[in-house]
Ligand binder design. Sequence first.
Ligand code: NOJ
Ligand code: CA
Length: 702
Amino acid sequence: MSARNLFLSPLFILILNSTSAQEIGNLRLGKTNLHLFLDGYGRPNYEVSFNGKAVIEASHLGMVLAEDENLDKNFEVIGTRKNSFDQNWQPVWGEVKNIRNHYEELTVRLRQKQSGNLLNIIFRVFEDGVGFRYEFPLQPGLKYFVVKDEVTQFHMGGDHKTFWIPADYDTNEYPYTTSRLSEVDNTELVKKSTDIAVRVAPDPNGVQTPLMMKTNDGLYINIHEAALVNYPAMQLHVDRNNFILTSTLVPDPVGSKAFLHAPALTPWRTIIVSDNAADILASKMILNLNEPTTLKNTSWIKPTKFVGVWWEMQTEKATWSYSDFPDSTDAHGNLIPNHRHGANTQNVKRYIDFAAKNNIGAVLVEGWNTGWEDWFGKWKEDVFDFVTPYPDFDIKEISSYAKSKGVKMIMHNETSGSATNYERQMDTAFRLMNKFGYTSVKTGYVGKIIPRGEYHDGQWMVRHYERAAKKALQYHVMIDMHEPVRPTGLQRTYPNWLACEAARGNEYNAFSEFGNKPEHETILPFTRLMGGPMDYTPGIFKLRGYSKVAGRQVQTTLAKQLALYVTLYSPIQMAADLPENYEGHMDAFQFIKDVPVDWDDTKILEAEPGDYLTIARKEKGKGNWFLGAITDENSRKTKISLGFLDRGKKYRARIYADGDNADLHNNPESYKITERTVSSIDELDLNLVAGGGAAVSFMEIK
Ligand code: NOJ
Ligand code: CA
């Protein structure tokens, strides 16, 4: 290049405009290394490596503000602060009894040269990844402000295999697509989707988190966020040529992202990494980045299994509404009983009896309150009042019957997306729960958020979900939210916030055209469940012939439905099928009776996202172990070492396996149960058919 050409080249102009890069520092724990620097434009950059392999290549950090000076360049470092932390804590409930929170922290204090505005970035390096968040300190130049965009980048540096769902502001209820980053295009998926929510997915190359990736050289990388409070959810735009993911925040109706008031903190951005897929599932980083609960008395918080007046509505045997299908008379005046309202006192008592007899702690009843005539697709604000039962639902009688049988009732508050209406009625609703002894509530946000035009995953709704969790806490009620933003570990702060749906649950096998593919449950733990428990509603035994639509079936075997109680962790776990569908298979139902919902220990024995998963867990406060193994559309033989069992103890193992003639399409309900006495030196051969699974209980022999 001639001298003249050099002076005119973009490189030279870049050099002229910028000063040289400035080191900020390195932070390391175990195999995880974080490197920080300011580039020539004074932009904060970070890089992450694991065991010497690049995880995140140099990526920008910063904020674009609506009216104030953007906080994305021209920074100088005015100070750094280091901190080491290593402590154990005990969750109120969970997958393990003790959690180690071990990290190295670096706070970088930045000052923008032209505006004088301050921005801190707090980094934590764990053995299994990196978390960082922005902090807007108290300062004269920046008080109330609007975040227009967050420019956090994740430069992946390779065309990784990825498990993704479209970036949709309103729902996560999509099947996962497995593709390379360069192939992410959600246009067709969004069009084809049969979900009931209104979908808004403006970015054809946008995906949601938790995003799971696998590199060509065998690294597993998961990107998500922790402690999503007072801020919109982060989605990711995929630059398909350069493999750079950039955060896109879910907007409000006028396109703003977050209204903040300094001092303010954003949620943590999380990068979990390992060369072993099992470590991703064992990671406690997201929980560790959340605030501990300040609750003193947690004795009222009790994980539970439940049955419910639910699947009969999902499969259209019964209705939520009282007045759909009213009784009529024929030409001769004879009564034609069309009425099939599920939530009637007699039917509810049938579920209570079933629960009481079978070690199931609670009963959920949907469609008990007025409003269901109008709830769906009408976008009306005041559909539900959450306190007025239909005439055939005797709330007093039902509550005292449940109490006499030692069964708890789960309230159902569907808001039909009308969150403002729910906020106005919340105290009244929770008072009713207290009055009639309901210890938990399942809430729901089906449809468009009205009347404000907010999105399910925007800042306003994120604040609403937290308000609902706090309100429930105030009334000592446990909460399970359907159609909320996906979780980010807030169950540590609010241990009464047991679970969320926020993904495509088992219910899609009832009402959607394609249901859930056999691989679905092997992907969920690596994606949606990274943020917290899911109310997936497993336990369907009648896997075919439950729907009026010919050919519709649940795409698993019966044994796999059992295994899901172990592989999909939740402290509130439904046995979703109808009592009459369980009655013929009480030997298999024994596993659901026995399996706990709270654990002292968890061992991820085998894992590969999209393919298979085997997990063993130890019952809280007891000596028993439970194992679940699942596979995708491929059959699988595996030999499991029982080395996880407590040494020197003997166990009665009851193995619930796919039957010899089980077949996903022709014979999914075939299972066989065998028993053996085992100890930690034994091995177990498992034989899973395509779409199959195995569940094992190991009862300690005393
Ligand atoms: C969708 C929820 O996921 C489902 O569980 C519930 O039955 C319906 N909404 C009605 O609230
Ligand atoms: Ca749902």
